[in-house]
Ligand binder design. Structure first.
Ligand SMILES: *Cc1c(COP(=O)(O)O)cnc(C)c1O
Length: 441
């Protein structure tokens, strides 16, 4: 509700005048979801229920819930109950949509909540989904443990090789789902090339049977890559990671076309995976405004650490999109671009140690991580990523333990591979700890 006597600050008419860096700090300057134009920092709302002036207004609120026309109209929004929507989540959603270049966003309690949400809305029994073979472990678990129950067929393919891909897009395929860079091996998938193939198939399909491209952009964050601008239909994030940025809150988001907002809100209302209001506030207040600052520091450090590892005699290989030696370097340079158009290869590194055979290489990786767990100051043995602290982990036995040992190679995961998620420490300090640890093992 806007008090006419107040001088309402408008969103700049021409947003393109300002850099996205600055835009992350000011965000969508004014929201019709909640007038807080005299607050410099957004206030916290933590009311699960909302006062309604009359039964009629209550009825109108329920009627308008999730309807595109009421979302887009200038009428004040009627809030009812947290699970349907409330100001902190709504403001965060407006800003997340903005930074990814999407029309709308719907938040969820976690990244897995967001992935289940978008796929729950797009798929039904009998449909098929094609995924990249290398995926976050719990996403593989979702597909292996639950989708057979729903009669949804999942084909794990190598999406780094798109020749002959068209032939795999049978009538039942409705979604292509992948991460780029992929967790944990940093495979890069050519989103624009995939878009061309999917458009060709979609030309002959009715609207509701068109294939949708869904990209998990958690590893890159919108600072390094905006998949919707490259040809994806939907983006999902774990807000727990780089966007949240401090390892203090869990969250997830789906970003995509306006026409899907109603279905996503309905899904969230009925399945119940709502983002906590205080977490929404924290991500809006701390995560987004500091995203560019943190990412720039992490990328600069990741580059130095990757170069150090690449030149170390005990290291077998280093996957980092910023290394010229990386097999997807040229493709990464096209897709991973910061707000100023500069190459932004991200904060994640995957590497393995040498051994006389794969078993010895794996054993050396285990020794290194255990040495670091006990002795390093700047690296912590822990899952998760996009934190202020550098985190190191062993995907085969931790984040991807759902993959059986004999299937790791098929899934693109080197059994001895080490995942390094760079934080905001000084690069030289991380290198100091790595150097000492590599010497000692
Ligand atoms: C962590 C992660 C998820 C899941 O996010 P949660 O917030 O932990 O549910 C999904 N995808 C990727 C790539 C991740 O790293």
């Amino acid at each position: 509700m806007t008090d006419q006597s107040k001088k309402v600050k408008k969103d700049p008419i021409d947003n393109s005048k300002y850099s996205l860096d600055t835009h992350l700090i000011y965000g969508k300057n004014i929201s019709k979801k909640w007038d807080y134009s005299y607050h410099v920092t957004a206030p916290i709302s933590s009311s699960t229920t909302f006062r309604l002036d009359s039964v009629e207004r209550g009825a109108q609120g329920f009627q308008e819930f999730g309807h595109l026309e009421s979302e887009l109209s200038d009428n004040p929004h009627i809030y009812i109950y947290d699970r349907l929507g409330e100001p902190n989540k709504d403001m965060l959603e407006e800003n997340l949509a903005d930074v990814e270049g999407g029309e709308m966003a719907v938040t969820f309690a976690s990244g897995m909540g967001a992935i289940s949400g978008v796929l729950g809305v797009l798929l039904k029994s009998g449909d098929e989904i094609i995924t990249h073979k290398t995926l976050y472990g719990c996403t593989i678990s979702l597909f292996n443990n639950w989708y057979p129950k729903f009669n949804i067929n999942v084909l794990a393919d190598d999406l780094t090789k798109l020749n002959n891909f068209e032939a795999k897009l049978n009538e039942n395929v409705r979604v292509i789902y992948f991460e780029t860079p992929a967790n944990p091996n940093l495979d890069i998938i050519d989103i624009p090339a995939l878009r061309v193939i999917v458009d060709k198939i979609n030309k002959n399909r009715s609207e509701e049977r068109k294939i949708k491209i869904v990209v998990d952009n958690t590893f890159a964050t919108p600072y390094c890559q905006r998949p919707l601008t490259l040809g994806a239909d939907f983006v999902v994030h774990s807000l727990t990671k780089g966007i949240g940025g401090f390892g203090a809150d869990m969250g997830g988001v789906v970003i995509g076309p306006n026409i899907y907002r109603a279905m996503l809100l309905l899904y969230r209302k009925d399945f119940g995976g709502v983002l906590n209001t205080k977490s929404a506030w924290a991500i809006l207040t701390y995560g987004l405004p500091s995203l560019a600052l943190r990412q720039r520091q992490q990328i600069a450090t990741a580059m130095k650490v990757a170069e150090f590892l690449e030149n170390h005699p005990k290291v077998e290989f280093v996957n980092y999109p910023g290394l010229k030696s990386y097999k997807y370097y040229e493709l990464a340079k096209k897709l991973m671009i910061d707000f100023d158009g500069k190459f932004a290869p991200g904060s994640m590194i995957f590497f393995a140690l040498k051994g006389n055979d794969p078993e010895e290489g794996r054993e050396n990786g285990r020794k290194l991580m255990n040495y670091i767990a006990e002795n390093a100051y700047t690296m912590t043995l822990a899952v998760s990523l996009g934190h202020t602290r550098t985190l190191i982990e062993h995907p085969a036995s931790m984040t991807h333990s759902v993959v059986p040992a004999d299937k790791l190679i098929d899934r693109g995961i080197n059994p001895g591979g080490v995942r390094l998620a760079i934080g905001i420490e000084t690069a030289d300090d991380i290198i100091l700890d790595l150097k000492e640890s590599l010497e000692k093992i």
